[in-house]
Design a protein around this ligand. Structure first.
Ligand code: FPP
Length: 271
């Protein structure tokens, strides 16, 4: 895997009127000077991609798994520091058993194929979701890979597996209650700290492939101010060019976090 960090070379410029640390943005020529610190992806359309080619759905998931490397590499080149992919939701357990088993095997295959690349490229692996719902041998593989990449700092790749946004919030509430915190001491920061994503910045950009425009129980709390980007492209076809287009679109968005931009404030003053 070869990473070229355009972001490191460019001069830092504060985007819009928001503090850089709030936006978490770096610099990239493609996105007009702003790169999301954290990109999260709903990788949809594997089944349709396969059906279109007369292949079994599992072939679509295989092609989708292989595509993750390409996208990690491209986002890494642009300076994205956190990439989260939605590989298996808490609701996906309801799919037919052969498909569930195929997705579980693909998690193992992904780790086997990518672990050396992750180590070579200073990439950390994390898993959000119920690792304990996986077979013992896979729990060990996942936990070993997480431990072996724990100190890597260039980029973090988070795989959401057996993950659900509501379930994540339920887990956080349980942990808060168990910790004995008082009602008055609970604020947004406390909740964020008890979610499975603790320590990861909220996503700046959420991408969903394959045409549907919904969030599907993905990072519900964390997505509060994420920019949403939808494309008709099926996940296995989402390549470097699509990655660049998504980043360019992100660069055009005006992020306000519920406030006003400098230009809006000026217009207000002159009213
Ligand atoms: C949605 O496509 C995709 C999923 C349910 C899973 C996404 C999984 C992968 C890309 C592979 C697994 C990756 C890892 C790292 C284990 P769909 O099946 O709903 O497609 P459709 O809407 O066209 O039927």
């Amino acid at each position: 895997m070869r990473f070229r960090r355009t972001a490191e070379k460019a001069e830092a410029r504060e985007p819009e009127s928001r503090p850089a640390e709030l936006l978490g943005d770096l610099i990239s020529p493609i996105s007009g000077g702003r790169v999301p610190r954290h990109v999260a992806i709903i990788m949809d359309g594997n089944g349709r991609w396969a059906t279109q080619r007369g292949l079994p759905r599992a072939a679509g998931h295989r092609a989708g798994t292989e595509n993750i490397r390409r996208v990690i590499e491209r986002f890494g080149d642009h300076g994205v520091q956190h990439l989260t992919v939605y590989a298996f939701s808490t609701e996906n357990w309801n799919r037919p058993q052969p498909e569930v088993q195929a997705l579980i095997r693909l998690l193992s295959r992904f780790i086997k194929r990518e672990l050396d690349n992750f180590k070579k490229n200073n990439i950390r692996l994390r898993l959000f979701g119920h690792v304990e719902s996986l077979p013992d041998w896979l729990q060990k593989q996942v936990n070993d890979a997480i431990a072996e990449t724990r100190d890597n700092t260039r980029m973090t790749v988070n795989i959401c597996f057996s993950y659900g946004g509501r379930d994540d919030i339920v887990g956080a509430v349980r942990r808060i209650v168990e910790s004995g915190l008082t009602a008055e001491s609970i604020d947004e920061e406390v909740i964020s700290r008890h979610l499975s994503t603790a320590g990861t910045p909220d996503p700046d950009l959420i991408i969903r492939t394959a045409g549907d425009m919904r969030i599907s129980n993905f990072l519900l709390w964390q997505a509060a101010y994420a920019e949403l980007y939808f494309t008709d492209t099926y996940w296995p076809d989402f390549g470097r060019e699509d990655t660049d287009i998504a980043l360019a679109e992100y660069g055009r968005r005006k992020r306000k976090f519920g406030g006003l931009l400098e230009e809006d404030l000026k217009a207000f003053d002159s009213e």
